[in-house]
Design a protein. Structure first.
Length: 465
């Protein structure tokens, strides 16, 4: 700011005051109602915050004035955003909180409906921010702390305890925190479980379960138990499933994130261990864990940041891994060493613990379910009209991911996304494989957030008949 002071010395006092006012509003320090997202304060992948630090006062002044004049401050279409030509261009780039002051101001203005990594509860982000430099008086950040320290031991064990409490996990199940994401579990599940008979059954209701089947076929005889679906949007009737009693396990994905297909029942497998990918709906409702042999979920949708995958596995299924199983994916090794065989994703585990605290403080998974039903109903009521449409059978529509089309018209969908973004409704673009719109309404999205989306959907329909 040194060079900047000199550049403003020559301005008359009234002009300097005016510039200060513009700057203040652009920097979002004036009030809650101030548009919080000026072009100048987006950090593009190529422009680090240090380059913002280096900005002179006059740079900021001219950009601020230009943004204010053109009325583009809120949409982030000013110079910094325009210069960003990387593939990440279409995504909302979060402003640096250094320049914007309090995090809550940002979070109340923008609602991120992305499918994952997804919105986290504001309170969780604030706690992380507060504790970042010193975790519980240890004088060390969670990001610096040894995974063998007593402090981290407390973090991982309390996170496991909270998971047990929230889902009522019986004592004969282990809770593991692994790396490799959902995709890692596509391999880990067969590597650890298929050895019993060499066979496994798969129910494929969308992209993710189909990928899991393909991966499993590397390690044994993995079969789809029903006719391959021409298009995803339904759960084949269980009476049509051809389950093999000799299968080592039956696999399904409880909520297909891309297509928005969610099981409304737990498959009956007649004693064969049931394995479930709950990456995009775990902790959104109560589950009877005893019906499952194994449940896994990547954290980055409903329970934390990317980098950790929770695995809940019945003890009798552990210890039968194929000899080729990589050590880091071997449930027996990880269960024996409390997920600490190698360095775990410490920060992500800590963050998951904070999200569990938040769920506990907000009424547990029962309340998450009540909210999920209310939120999904708000959108499906609109989607069921003649203007918006859903490709998913009413019997298996997801409470977490709601894909829909706008008159099946791509140009109109582009307009919808652009106008939504201008209003602060972000991350609504459908998956690249299916197009259209997708609203992901995980736990951290409140019913009020969804009401705002609903209001926008109504007005968009009215203005674009
Ligand atoms: N399963 C489901 C249901 C998912 O939604 C995803 C990712 N979106 C995956 C598996 C794959 O997870 P990852 O990207 O963590 O490997």
């Amino acid at each position: 700011m040194n060079s900047s002071s000199s550049s403003t010395m020559s301005l008359p006092v009234f002009a300097e005051n005016l510039v200060d006012k513009v700057l203040e509003s652009v920097l979002c320090k004036s009030s809650r109602a101030t548009p919080p997202c000026p072009a100048t304060h987006y950090s593009s992948p190529s422009s680090s915050s240090s380059s913002l630090h280096a900005s002179t006062r006059s740079d900021l002044q001219s950009t601020a004035v230009a943004a204010t004049r053109s009325g583009t401050a809120r949409e982030g279409t000013g110079s910094a955003a325009q210069q960003n030509t990387s593939p990440a261009k279409d995504y909302f780039l979060f402003p640096t909180s250094k320049f914007l002051g309090n995090l809550p101001d940002i979070m109340t203005e923008f609602i991120y409906f992305g499918p994952g990594p997804a919105k986290l509860p504001k309170e969780v982000l604030e706690t992380m921010q507060k504790e970042l430099l010193d975790l519980n008086g240890s004088h060390v950040s969670i990001m610096e702390m040894s995974h063998r320290s007593p402090e981290f031991n407390t973090v991982i064990n309390s996170t496991i305890d909270k998971a047990r409490k929230l889902l009522n996990i019986p004592d004969n199940y282990k809770v593991l925190f692994l790396q490799g994401g959902g995709t890692g579990q596509f391999a880990a599940v067969p590597l650890n479980l298929i050895g019993r008979t060499g066979k496994a059954d798969y129910i494929c209701t969308g992209s993710w379960s189909s990928k899991a089947l393909k991966e499993a076929q590397k390690y044994g005889e993995a079969n789809m138990v029903h006719k391959k679906l021409d298009k995803y949007g339904s759960v084949p009737d269980p009476s049509s499933w051809c389950l093999n009693p000799e299968a080592s396990y039956v696999y399904y994905c409880d909520n297909e994130t891309v297509e928005g297909v969610e099981f409304q029942f737990v498959p009956e497998t007649n004693g064969v261990p049931l394995v479930c990918d709950m990456s995009s709906n775990i902790f959104s409702r109560p589950i009877d864990i005893s019906k499952f042999g194994l449940i896994y979920a990547g954290a980055q949708k409903n329970i934390g940041p990317a980098g950790v995958t929770i695995v809940i596995v019945r003890e009798d299924l552990i210890g039968k891994a194929l000899p080729i199983t990589p050590t880091v994916l071997d449930y027996a090794v990880m269960a024996k060493e409390n997920s600490l065989h190698n360095t775990p994703p410490c920060f992500a585990i800590y963050a998951v613990g904070l999200v569990f605290d938040w769920i506990l403080q907000n009424g547990g998974v029962e309340e998450m379910q009540r909210r999920a039903i209310a939120k999904a109903t708000t959108i499906y009521d609109l989607v069921d009209g003649d203007y918006y449409s859903s490709a998913v059978d009413a019997t298996c529509r997801s409470h977490m991911n709601v894909p829909f089309r706008v008159k099946k018209d791509e140009a109109l969908e582009e307009k919808f996304l652009k106008e939504a973004k201008a209003l602060g409704l972000l991350g609504l673009k459908g998956h690249r494989s299916v197009g259209g719109i997708r609203a992901s309404i995980y736990n951290a999205i409140t019913p009020e957030h969804v009401e705002k989306l609903g209001e926008f959907m109504k007005s968009f329909k009215q203005n674009n008949p």
